[in-house]
Design a protein around this ligand. Structure first.
Ligand code: C5P
Length: 314
């Protein structure tokens, strides 16, 4: 039986609006999600046993049942017991490039790649829609990670509407390696401070969901207007996270001094990204940041916005 290598791209949030509470305890969101070419690689190989085993080149990443890729494999084994019996267990090796606790959906990308890889290994022939449904059982960002590109995400984040690609832009990402932010903490902190402004009824909820489709930033993406996109970046979670973590605010302010198109925290943090027009500009902003804030704990990456999610290498 064949082995597969998959590329699992990270995402950034060009827009994140918290609309209100959901009956399932999650938040109703309106987001614009964007894949970037900073990516993990997953190698999936049948192991001739009934075990689902994860290994990772980064010793800090848990490889037990806490790992989202393990959860994804376990879900596939439950959902497709006959295929699991027939083809057996799998070894999944993760080459980790996306930092953890970064707001870049690194764990979600690995889970998405595992779903796609097992669909191939077990010859299930699932559609993208079927894969996305399975993905939604594991986490809010995972359906997007499967198809990737540029998309509006509403509901918990699993209702996707594709947008024209923003793959003409680049980013500089900056994150203090020792500063990981828990997503549940960020949302709980936001709720504790701002739930007074949550939309109270279904009709207004629907209206707010629709509003993002007609928003200026969506128009800017369609018009390939990078400057406008940069000005319209938005993330409600900054209001909860930045006051508690001054180094993230400092990163934002420092990046802004280099006059990129825009600067924003991604997801629940702790990564800050600066949107720029070219690879050369990304390299220059990265170097200027490194010179201004020389700190071995500060990770700086450059990446390109891309139009795809999980990619199969072989
Ligand atoms: O779905 P996922 O497991 O990625 O979500 C992580 C956490 O983020 C949830 O436990 C919840 O606290 C918060 N969250 C939320 N509303 C969403 C998505 C995530 O409150 N729509």
């Amino acid at each position: 039986m064949t082995a597969y290598s998959l590329i699992a791209p990270a995402k950034i949030n060009l827009y994140l609006e918290i609309i209100g509470d959901r009956p399932d305890g999650y938040h109703e969101l309106a987001m614009i999600l964007q894949s970037i070419d900073l990516a993990d690689q997953l190698d999936l190989r049948p192991n001739g046993t009934d075990q689902l085993r994860i290994t990772c080149d980064d010793p800090q990443i848990p490889t037990d049942s806490q790992n989202l890729a393990h959860k994804a494999a376990a879900l596939m084994a439950i959902e497709f017991p006959e295929a699991y019996r027939r083809w057996g267990g799998v070894d999944i090796h993760i080459q980790k490039r996306i930092p953890m606790g970064a707001g870049l959906a690194g764990g979600s990308a690995d889970a998405a790649a595992t779903l796609v890889g097992l669909d191939l290994l077990w010859k299930l022939g699932l559609t993208q829609g079927e894969l996305r449904k399975l993905a939604a059982k594991l986490g809010s960002d995972i359906p997007f990670c499967i198809s990737g590109g540029t998309a509006i995400a509403t509901g918990r984040g699993e209702q996707l509407a594709p947008l024209p690609s923003a793959d003409f832009l680049h980013v500089v990402l900056a994150k203090y390696r020792s500063l990981a932010i828990s997503t549940p903490w960020a949302y709980q902190t936001y709720r504790a401070q701002f739930s007074g402004s949550y939309v109270p009824d279904q009709a207004s909820l629907q209206q707010r969901r629709q509003r993002v489709h007609a928003s200026d930033i969506v128009a800017a993406i369609s018009q390939r207007d990078g400057a406008k996109m940069g000005q319209l970046l938005h993330n409600d979670l900054e209001k909860a996270v930045l006051p508690v973590h001054p180094p993230i605010e400092c990163l934002k302010q420092t990046l802004a001094e280099f006059q990129p198109l825009g600067v924003m925290m991604s997801g629940s943090g702790s990564t800050v990204f600066a949107l720029v027009e070219s690879e050369a500009e990304a390299a220059s902003v990265g170097q200027q940041l490194q010179a201004k804030l020389p700190d071995p704990d500060l990770g700086i990456w450059t990446a390109k916005l891309i139009s795809s999610g999980i990619q199969i290498q072989r």
